[in-house]
Each structure stands twice: as C-alpha cells, then as structure tokens.
Design a protein around this ligand. Structure first.
Ligand code: HEC
Length: 108
C-alpha cells in the first residue's frame, strides 16, 4: 500500500512539474489573447491604421518570424510598451491559432 501511494505521489509531481515547465517555456496563450484584444486590436481592425489582422492571417512559421525578426518594424513604438513576457504570450496565442494550426481563429 505504501509503495502504491509513493508511486502515485511521484507520478503526480512529475505531471505537475512537466505542465508548469511547459507553461514557463512557451507563452501563456490565454493571457496572449487578452493582451492582443486589449492592446493590438485597437489598430488592427477594419478602418484603423494597422489593417485587419487575426491569428489566422499568418502561418505558424511566419508568426515566429514576425516575433523574432520583424518585431513590428513598421510601427516600432507599438512594440516598445510590451515586456518580453507579454510578447511571448501574444506570440503563443497567434501561433496556436495560426492559419495552419489545429484551431485557426479568425475573430480573435
Ligand atoms: C498604434 C497602432 C498599432 C498597434 C497598437 C499595433 N499595431 Fe501592428 N501594425 C500597425 C501598423 C500601422 C502596421 C503596418 C500596416 C501596413 O503595413 O499596412 C502594423 C503591422 C503589423 C503586422 C504586419 C502585418 C502584415 O501584413 O504582415 C503585424 C503582424 C502586426 N502589426 C501585429 C501587431 C501585434 C501582435 C500587436 C500587439 C502586440 C500590434 N500589431 C499592435 C499598427 C499597430
């Protein structure tokens, strides 16, 4: 009995550890969605200067390229106010719902 309890405890801890390690490494897509809606969409809807944009506008590869290389160079000041962590979260959200993802999102 004690062995079983010990095994289950070890298993549980490794699951919890793996999940939190993953969350720390990638961004948090829920927070990314919130940040996107609150801070990016102001300029990225019809009639605004950034033009209509949603996660499914681009492929996963081009989102990664955008966040690592381009970094919003057409409007750098819109980038500056975000922390690395915030950008990681937004990137994760875009990536998870990109054009070629399992769940493309158009109305994000
Ligand atoms: C102050 C307004 C503003 C804000 C805020 C803003 N953008 Fe932009 N964004 C622009 C403008 C202007 C362009 C250039 C549009 C063009 O070239 O026609 C642009 C371009 C882009 C592009 C390139 C579009 C393409 O066709 O490749 C992406 C992607 C993008 N923005 C994502 C974001 C993300 C993600 C955020 C939030 C972190 C954000 N933007 C916040 C104004 C803004």
């Amino acid at each position: 009995m004690e062995r079983i309890v010990a095994c289950i405890t070890v298993l549980l801890f490794s699951v919890i550890f793996t999940v939190s390690a993953m969350a720390a490494e990638g961004g948090n897509p829920k927070k990314g969605k919130y940040l996107w809606k609150k801070n990016c969409k102001v300029c990225h809807v019809a009639g605004e200067e950034g033009g209509v944009l949603s996660p499914s506008t681009k492929t996963q590869k081009s989102w990664d390229r955008f966040f690592t290389k381009n970094k919003h160079k057409k409007k750098p000041e819109a980038w500056g106010k975000f922390s690395e962590k915030d950008l990681k979260d937004i990137q994760q959200y875009m990536y998870d719902h990109a054009m070629d993802s399992d769940q493309p999102e158009t109305c994000g």
